[in-house]
Design a protein around this ligand. Structure first.
Ligand SMILES: Nc1ncnc2c1ncn2[C@@H]1O[C@H](COP(=O)(O)OP(=O)(O)O)[C@@H](O)[C@H]1O
Ligand SMILES: [Mg+2]
Length: 276
């Protein structure tokens, strides 16, 4: 029997769906909490619940809360030759917004004009009227604020300070699995809110992806090296800007809006990869 490991710390609805889809395909599935498994350098099997187990394929659902622990475990699996979906380096890169912007911009993908700052003082030299502040590592819109450039406190771990793009409280989220956009939504911010995160009350509507958006999303995934990703794109005057490429996308909103189950696509990809 093919054994698949899902590296995750929390039990999300999405992870349960993926687990179910894998089991339906005949795989044995184990959750690998990176804080709970014992790893020996160079050894294929890891100790889980008191016994050493080997895996044929590993899927990353590493959350921000266990980023480094998850990264180490994925790196280990890669090093002993196990196929890993969402490679460790790509997961680490994309949980860091600054590194993501650097990588995308280098390959010609438009991103908001962005500064990296740890302290306020240097921001006096930044020529932005209205700025968006976001923790370098963050999600769900938490800690994403707007204000005059030197009036907002910075995150201790570093903040991306960006131009505010007038996207009108709307953006698109495309879910990419194995080089294919499997679903997309438009996210419309809650009245009075400018951030379009579902976690902040935005509503999701099905979204028709044109060729240009599809190519942009696939390019983003290729640049950062992700197999599974949620790509957030804002549009201003016909120009598209990438806000983030999420390496552990939640997709409940997209599922409900588009009436598809992305877990099936992810499971198909996992099966394909372990066959080489
Ligand atoms: N530079 C920006 N201009 C306008 N809106 C932005 C900008 N950056 C982020 N937003 C809004 O805030 C939301 C959250 O920002 P994002 O960078 O995706 O952080 P998070 O990881 O917390 O979701 C985006 O989906 C978008 O609606
Ligand atoms: Mg986001």
């Amino acid at each position: 029997m093919v054994r698949a490991g899902i590296v995750c710390h929390k039990i999300y609805y999405e992870n349960e769906l993926i687990e179910r889809a894998l089991k339906e395909r005949g795989l044995e599935v184990k959750r690998l909490d990176p804080r709970k498994v014992l790893v020996e350098v160079g050894r294929k099997e890891v100790l889980l619940d008191g016994s050493w187990m080997g895996f044929d394929v590993v899927l990353s659902r590493v959350e921000r809360g266990v980023l480094l622990e998850g990264y180490r475990l994925l790196k280990h699996f890669e090093a002993v030759g196990i196929p890993v979906i969402n490679k460790a380096d790509a997961v680490l890169l994309c949980q860091d917004k600054f590194l993501t912007y650097v990588a995308l911009r280098r390959e010609g993908v438009k991103v908001p004009r962005t500064f990296l700052a740890y302290e306020k003082e240097p921001l006096n030299f930044v020529d932005l009227e209205e700025a968006v502040f976001k923790p370098v590592v963050g999600g769900k819109g938490m800690g994403v604020r707007k204000g005059r450039v030197n009036e907002v406190d910075l995150d201790a771990m570093g903040s991306c300070v960006q131009e505010f793009l007038p996207i009108g409280g709307r953006d698109s989220r495309c879910l990419v699995v194995g080089g294919e956009v499997v679903g997309a939504i438009e996210r419309i911010a809650r009245p009075g809110e400018w951030r379009t995160n579902i976690a902040l009350g935005a509503v999701a509507c099905p979204y028709r992806v044109d060729r240009e958006l599809e190519e942009l999303c696939l390019k983003c995934c290729e640049v950062v090296g992700l197999d599974v990703a949620g790509v957030d794109v804002g549009e201003v005057d016909g120009e598209r800007y990438v806000f983030e490429v999420n390496p552990t996308p939640l997709f409940k909103g997209l599922m409900q809006a588009c009436r598809i189950n992305p877990a099936e696509k992810i499971a198909d990809l996992v099966v394909k990869r372990c066959r080489g």
